[in-house]
Design a protein around this ligand. Structure first.
Ligand SMILES: Cc1ncc(C[n+]2csc(CCOP(=O)(O)OP(=O)(O)O)c2C)c(N)n1
Ligand SMILES: [Mg+2]
Length: 947
């Protein structure tokens, strides 16, 4: 026999086994030893004398191709057995695989019977008389109602654990029994809940779980299992399907409340439009409860219709819950206390990109949660779409393979198999601290929602479903058959659960039972009153700490020069020595000293896109890192800063979740360029800006969005402030565009001060080229005094206020272009005022400014963005109201356009120059009160440049 007769991976396996035997015959089991005693592969023959004869247990010589064939067959079953598993309760054909049969390996059942079971290995071999028996046991493990899809695991210990766990049956109820009647009771409760709602509110949308009822016992099993390992908080994220059932039975949301929501009363307490509270449909609600089972806290993140968008939010919540941040240095994370569980749809999981984005966070330093348990609630349909229309992978779970996540496909009609999957999931997570996926394969008993007719599009499938018994019926029948419970007991459970619901419904007082999570309003004017100056002594002290490095640390030469400048930064309180980066670092340091932990993430944030931050220093010789803000002796809160992966939606979703869970931390996300934030538009629209109105949440995370027209083209100019302004209502966010380092310092400090008292998301449009511009720098004194100011009037125009005929209002970088223009000095009839806070609209401050200029003929809003972008369309009606008939209102800026800016830098400069010149261009006709402000003119700049 020579090696050329070997085939497949198992040639390697046999040789490996043989090598083990050669080095120490005792290291293999007795039966294998017996085979190898009388056989050696050709290569080994070179070193060892040839064995004259081969004697098998039955007396006949086992042919090597049979040995290899048996080993190959066993390995095929272990790897691909799931392809032959009966996963579909409706009985559709399995994918199948020819290598699961002896013939594919050139062997027969008889030959297998003549081989020792030990060739198959693992627990099935232990009590088997021969390889055939062991293979049959293996087949029962891998090709039954569970499919173990684990061959893609790259860590041998994980693969070995999974195989051993599967093959030993350790987690099957036979070995780890369950209380059968209790399970039947639970399944009855789940089913009756849906049937009652169907009967009582026929046709009303509830997204019934029926067909995937085992989801609930799986969650029970996970919850009780992890509670035993010390986990105290389970955080759930899920879409519509089965959500009401999970809310009722896992989060223990009272039936009365759910039924009241079906009644949909306009409850008195809900009418809080003054707070912008609008509520949401019942199957989007979240909540937190202390569950009776296992004394666990269970939270369900509220979620929008946008499928899978909640995934990173839950991950962020779990990360925050496990983070200890109340001391200086880096925060400490321990994932053991919190378990995130995400329930996905079988169409949404492969279809929505945010799923991959979130999975990609799962092993990253700044994001991991020590493992999330994923469950695909696989009803084999996505609305009307079939699996063939929904994914290119073999299974809905295919994506998880790339992330080396163990996958168990399980038939939702087999309760024991489902519970085994649940047990393996939490054990694996506890052991390896990584994600796990259960693909729960069932069906959808009704249409996509309960008003839909599924037979329009799936007539054959629904013929099957209509005659298919429920899992409760199947389980009850099997228990009755085995004498575990009587039919009377099973029927009694149905009656019991119906009667609980009927009684609750009879006693329902919809208006009282309806509970709305209305947000509490902040004290009026709190933000404006918040003083944020820091004494110069403390600033100097903090600066000194920030500038110290460990002994022998080699700072990069160019950075050392920068740091030398920082050493002098606070020496003269009247000099403009504090630039943007310096102000930010001092703001962070002072916030940490006050005890507020900070988490800052985004692409390349450690250095900063424009090399302006350097929050992490790298020893120029050894590469060792030093994070000054983590070495701050004055700090009373932790500081963490992570370069995020190249992801917007999931990273912002993650920070949103983190912020929700730990509202007392200052959570900041920075965009590479502001433009890229629209990659997370769903998270912004569905969570950040609307969660207050829908769910009564109070997010307070911060966005730093580089913004400004500098000729870098359409994709590096605009952070799309208009999108935030469109979503701005009922004081749901703050949008600022600071033009000085001191303003940035104060707005960060104000945000930290208001985190709990008046939380709102803060969007800061930040500079790019201006980061080091002298016009943006501030004096140390400006940091020591005062507060963030929503409007900065023209200090140069104070003495000539009476002569001012045009008040230019602008925001952000264009201000620097305006004051730097040659006509600025001679344009004594023009005052330039900066609107530093775009929302909430600074009504009072702007009125004060207007009142300072008695001779105004016109207010001109000057912006760099096209008229349909930037702040103009938001400002227009508000300024109109503010100005009244006092004077005209004019728009000066780029013309309406579909793209944010010109592609050519030269073209940009022409337009930019023209719009700045227009700001000073007081032609007589423009000043006449008859100027029709309501027709924003096409910018000359653009018109000219287009010629
Ligand atoms: C991002 C997004 N796109 C489209 C929809 C509309 N929609 C709602 S449910 C659904 C089908 C979802 O199928 P699946 O993920 O299998 O979940 P199931 O409803 O079957 O439980 C679709 C397309 C949505 N809610 N979210
Ligand atoms: Mg589906």
């Amino acid at each position: 026999m020579t090696l050329d007769r070997f085939s497949g991976v198992n040639a390697g396996y046999v040789l490996e086994l043989y090598e083990k035997y050669r080095q120490d015959p005792q290291s293999v089991d007795a039966a294998t030893r017996e085979v190898f005693d009388s056989w050696a592969p050709a290569d080994a023959v070179i070193q060892a004398p040839p064995t004259p004869s081969v004697t098998a247990p039955g007396g006949a010589a086992p042919d090597l191709h049979v040995v290899v064939g048996a080993a190959n067959l066993a390995e095929s079953i272990r790897r691909f057995g799931h392809l032959a598993a009966q996963l579909d309760p409706l009985g559709s054909a399995q994918i199948g695989d020819s290598t699961l049969f002896p013939q594919a390996h050139g062997i027969t059942d008889d030959q297998l019977r003549r081989l020792p079971a030990s060739l198959v290995g693992g627990p099935p071999a232990e009590h088997s008389a021969n390889a055939y028996e062991a293979i049959e046991k293996l087949r029962r493990v891998y090709c039954s109602t569970t499919g173990f899809d684990i061959a893609h695991l790259f860590v041998p210990a994980e693969r070995a654990w999974m195989r051993e766990a599967a093959e030993s049956g350790r987690y099957l109820p036979a070995m780890d029994p369950l209380h059968a009647e209790a399970l039947l009771d639970r399944l009855t409760q789940v089913e009756v809940f849906e049937r009652f709602l169907q009967r009582t509110f026929t046709g009303k949308t509830r997204f019934s779980i029926e067909g995937l009822d085992m989801l609930l016992p799986i969650l029970d099993e996970i919850m009780v299992g992890v509670a035993g390992t010390g986990t105290r908080h389970m955080m759930l994220g899920m879409a519509h399907r089965g959500r009401l059932n999970v809310l009722a039975h896992i989060l223990e949301k009272p039936y009365a409340q759910i039924l009241a929501e079906f009644k949909d009363p306009i409850a008195v307490q809900m009418l809080r439009l003054d707070l912008g509270f609008m509520g949401d449909v019942k199957y989007h609600a979240g909540g937190t409860t202390e569950s009776r089972a296992g004394h666990m806290w269970v939270s369900m993140a509220p979620n929008p219709s946008h499928l899978e968008a909640v995934n990173p939010v839950v991950a962020g919540m779990a990360r925050a819950a496990g983070t200890l941040a109340d001391r200086s240095g880096a925060p400490m994370f321990d994932g053991a206390m919190t378990l995130p569980v995400l329930i996905h749809g079988d169409s949404a999981f492969p279809g929505q990109g945010i799923v991959a984005e979130t999975l990609n966070l799962s092993r990253l330093d700044g994001y991991h949660t020590d493992g999330t348990i994923h469950i695909i609630a696989n009803n084999q349909l996505g609305f009307t779409a079939t699996p063939g229309e929904s994914y290119s992978t073999s299974y809905a779970s295919g994506l998880a393979r790339g992330f080396k996540i163990p996958i168990i496909h399980v038939n939702a009609d087999d309760p024991a198999a489902c519970l085994e999957a649940a047990r393996m999931a939490w054990e694996y997570r506890a052991r390896f601290h990584k994600d796990f996926l259960i693909d729960l394969v069932g069906y959808r008993r009704h249409g996509h929602n309960e008003g839909d007719e599924p037979a329009f599009t799936q007539p054959v499938m629904y013929k099957h479903i209509n005659s298919h018994p429920t899992v409760r019926e199947l389980f009850a029948a099997s228990l009755v058959k085995h004498g575990t419970v009587s039919q009377d007991v099973a029927d009694g459970l149905v009656k019991k659960h119906f009667s609980v619901l009927e009684q609750t419904f009879a006693a329902l007082k919809p208006e009282e039972d309806f509970v709305a999570p209305i947000p509490t309003p902040a004290a009026p004017g709190l933000a404006a009153k918040t003083q944020t100056g820091v004494p110069i002594e403390l600033l100097r002290d903090l600066n000194e700490s920030l500038l110290s490095t460990p002994d022998g640390f080699h700072v990069h030469k160019k950075l050392e020069r920068l740091r030398d400048r920082k050493r002098l930064m606070l020496a003269n309180t009247g000099e403009r020595t504090v630039d943007w980066g310096g102000a930010e670092e001092l703001a962070f340091a002072s916030i940490l000293a006050e005890g507020t932990p900070i988490r800052l993430t985004g692409e390349d944030v450690q250095r900063g896109t424009f090399s302006h931050r350097h929050a992490v220093l790298h020893d120029a010789e050894t590469g060792v890192e030093h994070v000054p803000l983590q070495q701050l002796r004055q700090a009373r809160g932790s500081f963490e800063i992570h370069n995020s992966p190249l992801t917007e939606a999931a990273t912002i979703g993650f920070e949103f979740g983190y912020n929700m869970q730990e509202p007392a931390h200052l959570v900041i996300w920075e965009a590479q360029y502001g433009d890229f934030i629209n990659g997370a538009q769903i998270i912004l629209d569905q969570f950040v800006t609307s969660s207050r109105a829908k769910w009564g949440l109070k997010p307070s995370l911060v966005f730093l969005l580089p913004h400004g027209y500098e000729g870098q083209g359409p994709e590096h100019s605009s952070a799309r402030p208009e999108r935030f302004l469109q979503a701005a209502a009922d004081i749901n966010l703050r949008l600022v565009n600071c033009t000085t380092a001191a303003q940035y310092f104060h707005v960060l400090r104000r945000q930290a001060a208001l985190l709990e008292k008046d939380p709102l998301p803060l969007i800061v449009l930040t500079p790019k080229s201006l980061l080091r511009h002298p016009a943006v720098s501030s004096t140390p004194q400006e940091l020591t005094e005062g507060h963030f100011r929503s409007v900065l009037d023209d200090t140069d125009a104070v003495a000539r206020a009476k002569n001012v005929r045009r008040l230019v209002l602008c925001s952000g970088k264009v201000y620097v272009d305006l004051i730097g223009h040659e006509r600025r000095a001679s344009a004594t009839d023009v005052a330039i005022c900066r609107v530093e806070q775009l929302y909430p609209f600074p009504n009072v401050a702007l009125r004060e400014v207007l009142d300072r200029y008695p001779s105004l003929a016109e207010v001109a809003w000057v912006q760099e963005e096209p008229s349909n972008m930037g702040a103009w369309e938001f400002m227009w009606p508000r300024l109109e109201e503010l100005i009244g008939d006092r004077c005209g209102l004019r728009y000066i800026g780029r013309a309406r356009n579909s793209s944010p800016s010109e592609g050519s830098s030269a073209w940009h400069q022409v337009n930019q120059k023209m719009l700045v010149e227009l700001a000073f261009d007081l032609k007589a006709d423009m000043l006449a009160p008859s100027v029709v402000w309501s027709k924003p003119m096409r910018s000359f700049a653009t018109a000219t440049a287009k010629k």
